[in-house]
Design a protein. Structure first.
Length: 403
């Protein structure tokens, strides 16, 4: 089939592909999603795949069904792989990634989707296309030609605009990486808002964006932590920060009877109370050094582990025994924080996101990222200290036994 019929079929199957992707993405993301590369309701890779499958089936229609299933799976997987490679080559973007799926190849194709494409191809050639072709054959030639020309013109404009949008996305992304620490939160939200359509269409870009932003911020924060590591060690040794400004920011929390209860719960190698103070103080120093909201970082960092139970052996109303502490406790801490203190949006985000990436949603603010890194840094240090103490105690016991 060539000419107007091919264009009409390409448009129709591209639209069918858009419907399939829209339903799948909207259900998995739990919100309406306009999928695909183009702005309009068309996903061209489905149209290309459908026409190629129909053409190939003209030559293998008499072959056994398992053989045709295999051929269709190979063809459609090759198209998917080629599309992913083209986007990586020309836009340096990975629009989908199957790396976590079993039996994947370079993250661009995987077995279970290849099987799904093959099954969809059989449905196409046996059920959908015969009915569609009979309808297309009855379209008036003049109307079909006009519709084909109109669609071709529209498609060219949409593709061109979509390419420009992807390049703009790359440009804004590069700017965000370069200026992330110096931009204010409103500017960051404005830039990220411009990504909303493309991030919704290709969810993998969201993790790509977050991982790269966190990596850039981690490098910057890491250099700051090294510069103030002496202050951190002093705070760890003294178990109390010395700066009056910091104490003025958090004194109402530190002295609150409910927060003081955290002294009764062991954390890594100290109480939750002491761990939270160290994380809070480190976050305060880093954010102040970077010119960020150090007040929210100090308060949010102090409240990030505001849960009132033994996380190693819990069976509390807040967290029944069958629930895992790791991803559950940020919400519990936020509930307690809001109950006893005035908490702003940045502080709420710090508390509820500090376990990222264990919790799915990434931090929204730079201060949240910093508290997340500070918490992991302090926790790792405390864990290493605890291991060293155990080894030292074990060595002393062996020495005592030898004597």
């Amino acid at each position: 089939m060539i000419g107007r019929e091919s264009v009409i079929l390409f448009a129709f199957y591209s639209f069918v592909g858009w419907v399939i992707e829209a339903v799948y993405r909207s259900v998995t993301q739990k919100r309406p999603v306009n999928p695909g590369f183009m702005y309009g309701p068309f996903v061209p890779i489905y149209g290309i795949g459908a026409l190629l499958v129909i053409t190939v089936d003209n030559f293998i229609a008499t072959f056994p069904l398992p053989f045709r299933f295999l051929i269709f799976g190979i063809i459609l997987s090759a198209i998917e792989f080629a599309a992913g490679a083209i986007f990586e080559r020309f836009f340096n973007l990975t629009l989908w990634d199957y790396s976590n799926s079993p039996f994947n190849f370079k993250g661009k194709i995987c077995l279970h989707f290849s099987l799904a494409w093959a099954a969809l191809a059989l449905f196409l050639v046996h059920i959908l296309h015969p009915a569609t072709a009979s309808i297309v054959d009855r379209i008036d030639p003049a109307a079909g030609l006009a519709g084909s020309i109109a669609f071709s013109a529209y498609c060219a404009v949409d593709v061109a605009y979509s390419v420009v949008s992807l390049r703009r996305f790359r440009k804004n992304l590069a700017y965000l990486y370069k200026k992330y620490v110096s931009l204010n939160n409103l500017e960051i939200e404005r830039i990220i808002a411009s990504f909303r359509r493309i991030l919704g269409a290709f969810p993998n870009l969201n993790s790509y964006l977050n991982s790269n932003l966190s990596e850039h911020l981690r490098e910057r924060v890491g250099s700051v932590i090294e510069r103030i590591s002496g202050t951190l060690e002093e705070a760890r040794r003294n178990r109390r920060p010395e700066e009056e400004e910091y104490l003025g920011i958090v004194r109402d929390i530190l002295d609150h009877p409910e927060f003081l209860r955290l002294k009764d719960f062991f954390h890594h190698n100290s109480s939750i109370y002491e761990h939270a103070r160290i994380v809070s103080y480190l976050s305060y120093r880093v954010c102040k050094y970077l010119g960020l909201d150090y007040v929210s970082a100090a308060r949010g960092g102090l409240l990030h582990d505001f849960f009132l139970y033994d996380w190693r052996n819990h069976d509390e109303p807040d967290l029944p025994r069958n629930k895992f502490h790791g991803p559950a406790h940020p919400r519990i801490a936020l509930k307690n924080a809001v109950k006893y203190f005035s908490v702003n949006e940045i502080e709420k985000d710090i508390i509820v996101k500090h376990m990222w990436p264990l919790t799915f949603a990434p931090p929204r603010y730079r201060e949240s990222f910093i508290v997340t890194f500070a918490d992991k840094f302090v926790s790792s240090s405390e864990f290493i200290d605890e291991i060293k103490k155990r080894r030292e105690n074990a060595g002393e016991k062996r020495s005592g036994g030898d004597e």
